[in-house]
Ligand binder design. Structure first.
Ligand code: ADP
Ligand code: ZN
Length: 765
């Protein structure tokens, strides 16, 4: 990170004027620089590291927002401009979180301001503890003879009979707009029409926000840990007592009671007067984990994208004030401003959704490890199928301590897993069937016993391959060139990459062909349809991002499932993980090969993980369970190892292959993607960039392999052509040295619409 100030410029009037405090400010914008400003005496107390400030910026001195990242004493020169304003009464970011943001900016090669914005999300900028309330009051109500509608009359009556405001009994009675709409059963439009007539008016008032009114959940007692759980919890507690950084991996098969170990470790942290953060990968998982954990702890805050802004602001303030013991949430919860952090837990650490998909492209697990290092606390990663990066770190002599829970908790039996080879099934059976005979009998059995089933297909929509029966031309997205997916719910063809929706032609679009279109392939909508035809008496529901628009939708559906209102739940990977429903005894994987279709060195790992995870959803009670996995690739080792539920066997084989191919975890990757509407610009930009980078690394004597640019796996997206270059480094230290240098030399850019730099990419699309 270069630090530049006007001090450095050879100006005539650069003679020191005085000596005094200077603030180092990172603009909250994608600008890769820091700037120095002088701190006027009046702002001296307030201008601390971690506060937002307004500063004059650029040639015109336009005011812009930034965060003070450091403060020092130095010589004031006439050219050094002063801070204009300090925007926060207290630092938004502690020195430790500032340090973390600095690390993110460096490691993930993004401007410090972008990293700071991620660490101090918008909600925290609002003044905590207050909200704006909109009130309605009578202004010049109409005289008796004036005509009005029944609704308008109701509004007037309500306002006339409203009690006086407690804080100002002399003022005209008022009712807040939301309550008024409810009581008078009217719309905002009605109220607006009445203000236009001058009968009523709106006033806004800033009021302290009300504490959450939700009734406390009934308490639940902790389990007595079994011997394995106790040993694991003991190691974590010992690490906490050692008062320093330590990374531990809790490797436990599904149903081994990992959550209970987290609970005990978190309790120990709280008992020591510390706070804990528990990270979960997806909102669907949060619902259930949260519900279970909220019944155990008194002072819990939940942070995820489904939480409203007002609530979020309140939570953030309560966390910073130390009034919250446990923070649970998705990615950004990692940045919770806990003043006394004592433990970070990353559940299902192998999940791809932990990787942020916009700059800064950080991996939550890796940043969690970094935060724990900075805070000097333990970090606990949990998984039944750890990422191979994590597993190799937990090898004997590695950086992580390995804790095992090899068995399911007593009473839970390991689910029986079987594979259906779809090639054979197709040979033996006429017609198109998405669900094999083994799948059907499993579903029927569970239904007959009054038990529940989960059916997974990691693909949304109805049919994902539409083509002309005569000339075989497929229907593709005009913006991305990928196959579009027919959705029954909309009757349209959707592009799953750019979200475009097309009206499906009835005939082939190729000139002079005009053949009929064939709809082929499958998605969750089609599975749901076939299932309804097969089991008309069953209560069936679907869960994928098409039907689950809001956090409340997940909670509703899972709630219905939990009380037995649904027999079969069909869904995408949303249903594969983390769910713990004792009445589920059958789980079906409609097609285990969806990940294999993607050209990515992690495809096998993903297939293995998904298969084992979903199987783990079955048999979470004494009733036992069964899983059926359908695949066209029954012979590949990812499926075979999953069938034997042998993670370690799979990991050993896959790691050998990775080592041979020089892939992570035996190398570190940086993926650079250039995109431009003009193909030549994207291609030449990538070529030029790769050449310049090679030259720079060579001259500086730095290690790193810069691959030849090539069209990305997704060669066109949103009307832009995409080229990528893959950089390979032997170690993280090599990566950092090289990236620091390339950035300082300003080589991570090109003349095209966008350049994405993705350090440690998890998806190579
Ligand atoms: P995992 O996260 O490893 O898949 P969970 O933590 O969800 O496993 O535990 C599986 C089930 O076992 C849960 O219903 C949990 O309440 C229960 N459980 C956990 N620990 C114990 C224990 N020591 N004794 C009995 N049941 C337990
Ligand atoms: Zn598209």
């Amino acid at each position: 990170m270069s630090r530049r100030s006007l001090q450095d410029a050879p100006l005539l009037d650069s003679a020191p004027l005085a000596h005094g405090p200077i603030a180092d400010v990172a603009p909250l914008a994608p600008i890769d620089r820091r700037y120095a400003y002088l701190i006027p005496a009046a702002l001296s107390d307030a201008a601390q590291p971690g506060v937002r400030v307004r500063v004059p910026f650029g040639r015109g001195g336009r005011p812009a927002e930034g965060i003070i990242v450091a403060r020092s004493d130095g010589d004031w020169t006439a050219s050094l401009q002063p801070l204009l304003e300090v925007l926060d009464p207290a630092p938004l970011l502690s020195p430790r979180l500032l340090e973390l943001a600095g690390w993110i900016a460096r490691y993930y090669a993004c401007p410090l301001g972008v990293a700071l914005s991620a660490v101090a999300p918008r909600a925290s900028h609002r003044e905590a503890g207050y909200r704006m309330v909109r009130y309605v009051l009578l202004d010049r109500p109409p005289a008796d003879g004036i005509r009005r509608t029944a609704i308008q009359q109701r509004v007037l009556d309500c306002l006339r009979s409203a009690p006086p405001a407690p804080d100002d009994p002399a003022a005209p009675p008022r009712i807040d707009a939301a309550s008024l709409r409810g009581v008078a059963d009217c719309s905002t439009a009605t109220l607006r029409a009445m203000t236009a007539k001058g009968w009523i008016r709106f006033v806004e008032r800033r009021e302290p926000s009300r504490p959450p009114t939700a009734a406390p959940l009934p308490r639940e007692a902790d389990w007595t840990l079994n011997a394995d759980q106790q040993a694991a919890a003991g190691r974590i507690i010992a690490a906490m007592q050692a008062d320093g950084f330590r990374a531990l991996l809790l490797f436990g098969v599904t149903g081994s009671g990992k959550t209970e170990v987290y609970v005990h470790a978190i309790r120990a942290a709280i008992a020591r007067g510390r706070q804990a953060i528990l990270l979960v990968p997806e909102i669907a998982l949060t619902t259930q984990t949260l519900d279970r954990l909220s019944r155990r702890f008194d002072r819990v805050a939940v942070l995820h994208s489904g939480v409203g802004e007002a609530q979020r602001t309140r939570d953030w303030a309560a966390i910073a004030a130390g009034r919250i013991d446990l923070v649970i949430g998705t990615r950004s919860a990692l940045f919770a401003p806990c003043p006394r952090l004592g433990l970070i837990v990353v559940d299902e650490e192998q999940e791809g959704s932990y990787k942020n998909i916009a700059a800064p492209r950080y991996h939550t697990r890796d940043v969690a490890i970094k935060r724990a290092q900075i805070e000097g606390t333990p970090v606990l990663l949990g998984s039944a199928t750890p990422a191979l990066e994590t597993w190799s770190n937990a090898a004997p002599g590695g950086r992580f301590e390995l804790l095992r829970l090899p068995n399911r908790v007593s009473g839970l039996r390991t689910p029986r897993l079987s594979v259906v080879d779809l090639r054979e099934e197709h040979r033996e059976r006429r017609g198109v069937h998405l669900l094999s005979r083994a799948m059907e009998s499993g579903l029927r059995g569970a239904l007959a016993r009054g038990e529940q089933s989960l059916l997974l297909l990691n693909r949304r929509g109805y049919a994902n391959y539409l083509f002309c029966a005569r000339c075989r031309t497929p229907v593709v997205c005009p913006h991305c060139g990928v196959y579009v997916v027919l959705h029954r719910s909309t009757g349209l063809a959707h592009c799953h990459y750019c979200r475009a929706r097309l009206i499906l032609p009835t005939r082939c679009a190729m000139a002079e062909c005009g053949g009929t279109l064939v709809k082929f392939g499958m998605g969750t909508e089609r599975v749901e349809e076939e299932l309804k035809a097969m089991l008309p008496q069953a209560r069936i529901a679907r869960m994928d991002s098409d039907v689950m628009a809001r956090a409340a939708d997940y909670a509703d559906l899972l709630g219905r499932f939990a009380v037995g209102g649904i027999d079969v739940l069909v869904g995408t990977q949303m249903i594969a993980k983390g769910l713990d429903f004792p009445r589920v005894t059958f789980v079906g994987v409609v097609n285990a090969d969806t990940a294999l279709a993607i050209d990515d060195f992690r495809s096998a790992e993903r297939t293995f993980q998904l298969t084992l995870q979903v199987a783990g959803r079955a048999g979470r009670s004494e009733a036992g369970g069964e899983a059926v996995v359908q695949t066209f690739h029954a012979g590949i080792s990812a499926i075979q190892f999953a069938l034997r539920q042998d993670y370690e066997g799979f990991a050993a084989e896959e790691l050998t292959a990775r080592r041979r191919a020089d892939l992570p975890p035996f190398a570190r990757l940086v993926r650079i993607v250039l995109a431009d509407p003009r193909l030549t610009r994207a291609r030449d930009g990538a070529d030029g960039m790769a050449r310049a980078m090679r030259e720079a690394l060579f001259k500086a004597g730095l290690r790193g392999l810069i691959g030849d640019p090539r069209p990305a796996a997704l060669p066109r997206l949103r009307d832009a052509y995409r080229f990528e270059a893959l950089l390979t480094f032997a170690t993280a230290a090599d990566l950092l040295a090289a990236m620091d240098h390339l950035r300082a030399e300003n080589l991570l850019r090109a003349r095209c619409r966008s350049v994405i730099v993705d350090v440690d990419p998890v998806a190579l699309q």
